[in-house]
Design a binder for this molecule. Structure first.
Ligand code: GRF
Length: 217
């Protein structure tokens, strides 16, 4: 990593809307997030998030999995480009492809994902619907380090929102999204301040091992 006075170089991978990328862009512009977003990478050429990136002057690259012989060739090309961008941290922000262990392992401790549930609850898809169906009173989002286990890596930080009577998945998702944005910015800020280290499956913040995820107020 570069010296602690330099902004952390961050690459963002996305497949769609890109509102989490937008939150990072806004925080950088506001001077509250000491990072430089060195690239936005997508598997979808028409991902709206790419437009957001381009409007902010961030280099964009598209890697369409269908253009490669297999998953391994796709991931190799994508992560070669990510490495070439100089990224020190890779953020999966709505990146809808499952990465293989061979891709994830070399980036261990430098690859995070934002997931819309209170992990370990509701790994995978349709998290809002599942939380409502289970009768939960609380839902939330998690930022975790990526390991070969899907949505299973060590969780750095979470934010919680209430589930209200009559909530629909859409209503719950809409309530959660602004909190996701706060969460991602806060988690990336902590990493950019060089305060977070992953040691095996243990997260240390300021040298102290986390017994449970940090909670965003
Ligand atoms: C977010 O809900 C995120 O938690 C999940 O995918 C969604 C991406 O939204 N992983 P956006 O593309 O950042 O708006």
């Amino acid at each position: 990593m570069s010296s602690s006075t330099e902004p952390l170089r961050v690459a963002v991978l996305l497949s769609g809307r890109g509102s989490n990328l937008g939150a990072l862009i806004n925080a950088v512009a506001a001077g509250t997030l000491p990072v430089r977003i060195v690239g936005a990478f997508s598997n979808k050429a028409d991902a709206p998030g790419l437009q957001l990136a381009a409007a902010a002057g961030i280099a964009t690259q598209v890697f369409d999995a269908r253009a490669f012989a297999d998953k391994s060739a796709f991931e190799s090309a994508l992560f070669a480009a990510v490495a070439a961008s100089g990224a020190e941290l890779v953020v999966l922000a709505g990146f809808m492809r499952i990465l293989s262990a061979a891709t994830v392992e070399p980036w261990r401790g430098r690859l995070i994902n934002i997931h819309p549930s209170l992990l370990p609850r509701y790994q995978g898809l349709h998290t809002h619907e599942r939380a409502i169906a289970a009768g939960d009173h609380e839902h939330g989002a998690s930022v975790h380090f990526v390991t070969p286990v899907l949505d299973g890596g060590p969780v750095l930080m979470q934010v919680r929102v209430p589930i209200l009577p009559g909530d629909t998945p859409d209503a719950l998702a809409a309530r959660l999204l602004p909190q996701e944005h706060r969460l991602l910015v806060a988690a990336v800020r902590l990493i950019a301040e060089r305060r977070v280290h992953l040691d095996g499956d243990h997260i240390r913040v300021d040298g102290v091992e986390l017994a449970e995820p940090l909670r965003l107020p």
